[in-house]
Design a protein around this ligand. Structure first.
Ligand code: ADP
Ligand code: MG
Length: 627
């Protein structure tokens, strides 16, 4: 070794991770071999890709392979690859910091996952550090394909590492693990050979142990479907997806014309994004004639399919295409369209074949389907079929599809109705579904705030408009025929005449003019005295809530709020009494009117001024006990 040696401290989060790896993980140590081999294979793939476009390459004659050497005398295990290698800066950066540690919850999640199951740590992009489960020191000797000098990185994993210049290296990386006293089994050939067969069968470069190649190099996706066993698919999924459990769904799709495509896609069982460590990287790799041209490709599938794992291979792509050029390549977007449609179709088929299994998918990944609808107009039609919601005719916890809804719909019904609320119970207690219940019209319950946004983006399904039930201009099927007489008597036989009703709405509008654009006589309310409706199709009450939350965060409460309409129910005794009271005792009647408005706001899930409301409420109660 020549040149100066520099010492570096690990970053705080790396230290924490190393501490866990070294001190608390004793089971499943085999995983470290898989992680090191996977890094070697990545480095080889990267090199192969560069070597297609670059001519000036260092050590261009070296065969692309991974070699494992076991040294019983010195207790070392060495993994060598002839891949892309690392420069000094890359050694310092790639092996000294954790790439995705930006988010606060990341470390906590990582620690939890690592405690539960070490093999999960590869999914967090920290696989290299697993070497310290078995190694008391780890040396990484590396020389980049760019011809710069080689360097050696050394650490015992406790707090720091050193980097020094090391002349005479070949291209690629050598990781030398000096085994801990209790990890000596990793110098035994049978043991290593078994681990490689278990974990690394699909590495597409030869892995040599004592001069013997122990993996069969194969590209599963190019083989004939009928010849592939289920276990092979599962193993392949675990390999490409860095996964521990079996996939939920798989799609193996091959086409020759108009495009030559081989795609093997998997849906995992769990959604890691919801665990709180930020957006997942896309999990599908793009190949051309079995050569990796874009790992974790952002281009080959839409962003909202980033939860998929697998491989897309197309012979039609030019091998030497650069990553930038992939972005706006017309062929790539054609392939994306074909595969996306095919995948969505297969999901729809899976849903029909096994609805219960699809529900598992929907629970974990439904959010991506919704994201697709709001962000990608191109696939809305297919995505609409995949949506699931509870409804007034579904069982609790058993969501239905929009297609199910259409099947049950009466011939005169022209629209699909939905209403948002925090829960089934809350929706069913509210005023909005009264008329639907009375007329036996099914209404969809959307229980996530994003749902209204999704459905207003979708706008229609199979030619039927999607309509929020808090719309002011809602015309429920059949309304025209049985328009209720505005002045029909209530259950107590009393009735309001036309004039009184007109005066009452005028008067209420004046009392509430700060909050309400209009007071109208409802044709829909059955029991409740009043409800809030929205004149604007897009600005449903849910959207209002979402925006209000945003405004509050930004410190502009109240800004840009839209005025709503209040519908009143003339059959309701309270409303009828209010008409009398507004003449006899206008001030007290105004208190009641304001309270009715606040109550309706609360039922719509909208904000009211709680202090003012409570004070008013006491004033009203006081009157009641005095009477
Ligand atoms: P990940 O593989 O998920 O990125 P790792 O902790 O396994 O995370 O590796 C960190 C980084 O170190 C890799 O992204 C890569 O840049 C670099 N690296 C590790 N091993 C090698 C190798 N054998 N050859 C080249 N680079 C490597
Ligand atoms: Mg890795």
């Amino acid at each position: 070794m020549t040149g100066q040696t520099a010492t570096y401290e690990f970053k705080a989060e790396t230290k924490k991770l190393l501490d866990i790896v070294i001190n608390s993980l004793y089971t499943e140590r085999d995983v470290f071999i898989r992680e090191l081999i996977s890094n070697a294979a990545d480095a080889l793939e990267k090199f192969r890709h560069e070597s297609i476009t670059q001519t000036d390459i260092f050590d261009g004659h070296l065969p692309l392979e991974i070699t494992i050497d076991l040294d019983e005398k010195n207790n070392t295990l060495t993994i060598t690859d002839t891949g892309i290698g690392m420069t000094r800066t890359e050694l310092e950066h790639n092996l000294g910091t954790i790439a995705h540690s930006g988010s606060n919850t990341f470390m906590a999640e990582l620690v939890e996952a690592a405690k539960k199951d070490v093999s999960l740590i590869g999914q967090f992009g920290v696989g290299f550090y697993a070497a310290f489960m078995a190694g008391k020191t780890v040396r990484v000797q590396s020389r980049s394909w760019d011809k710069s000098e080689g360097h050696e990185w050394v650490s015992d994993g406790t707090g720091s590492f050193t980097i020094s210049e090391m002349p005479g290296l070949r291209r690629g990386t050598k990781v030398i693990v000096e085994l801990k006293d209790d990890a000596k089994e990793y110098v035994e050939k049978w043991k290593i050979s078994a681990i490689i067969k278990q974990y690394s069968a699909f590495v597409s470069f030869p892995i040599k142990l004592d001069g013997e190649t122990i993996n069969t190099v194969q590209a599963l996706w190019t083989r004939n479907k009928n010849e592939i066993k289920d276990e092979e698919y599962v193993e392949f999924y675990k390999f490409v997806g860095n996964a521990v459990s079996d996939p939920l769904y798989r799609l193996h799709f091959s086409a020759d014309a108009p495009l030559a495509i081989n795609a093997l896609l998997f849906v995992p069982t769990e959604n890691f994004e919801v665990f709180g460590f930020g957006k997942t990287d896309p999990g599908v790799n793009l190949y051309c004639q079995r050569i990796l041209i874009d790992q974790h490709s952002k281009n080959i599938l839409p962003d909202w399919l980033r939860f998929l794992k697998g491989v897309v291979d197309s012979e039609d792509l030019p091998l030497n295409i650069s990553r930038q050029a992939l972005q706006d390549n017309a062929l790539v977007s054609k392939i994306r369209k074909v595969i996306t449609k095919r995948f969505l179709k297969s999901l729809d088929e899976e849903a029909k074949n096994d609805p219960e299994k699809y529900l598992k998918f929907w629970t974990a990944f439904g959010i991506y389907i919704k994201e697709g609808i709001t962000s990608d107009y191109e696939f809305q039609k297919e995505l609409g079929k995949l949506l699931r919601f509870e409804s007034s005719k579904s069982e609790e916890g058993k969501p239905i599809s929009l297609a199910d809804y259409l099947l049950r719909m009466g011939p005169e019904q022209q629209e699909i109705y939905y209403i948002n609320g925090p829960s089934r119970v809350a929706i069913e207690a509210g005023p909005y579904i009264e008329m639907f219940r009375k007329k036996d019209i099914e209404i969809i319950y959307t229980m996530e705030p994003i749902d209204d946004f999704v459905l207003s983006h979708l706008a229609e399904f199979e030619g039927k408009k999607l309509v929020s039930a808090d719309r002011a201009d809602l015309a429920i099927a059949g309304d025209e025929k049985e328009l209720k007489e505005e002045t029909a008597p209530g259950e107590d036989g009393r009735k309001l005449d036309h004039d009184t009703l007109a005066k009452l709405t005028e008067w209420m509008k004046k009392v509430l003019e700060q909050h309400i654009s209009e007071v109208v006589v409802s044709k829909r309310l059955v029991d409740a005295p009043a409800m809030i409706v929205n004149p604007d199709a897009f600005m449903t009450s849910t959207m209002e809530r979402v925006l209000a939350a945003g405004r509050k965060e930004k410190g502009f409460p109240g800004m840009g709020e839209s005025k709503k309409k209040l519908e009143i129910n003339p059959q309701n005794p309270l409303i009828r009494k209010l008409a009398e009271l507004s003449v006899k005792d206008e001030d007290f009647a105004a208190e009641i009117a304001r309270q009715i408005h606040d109550n309706a706001m609360i039922q719509a899930g909208l904000n009211v001024d709680p202090l003012a409301m409570v004070e008013r409420n006491y004033r009203i109660l006081n009157r009641v006990v005095q009477d």
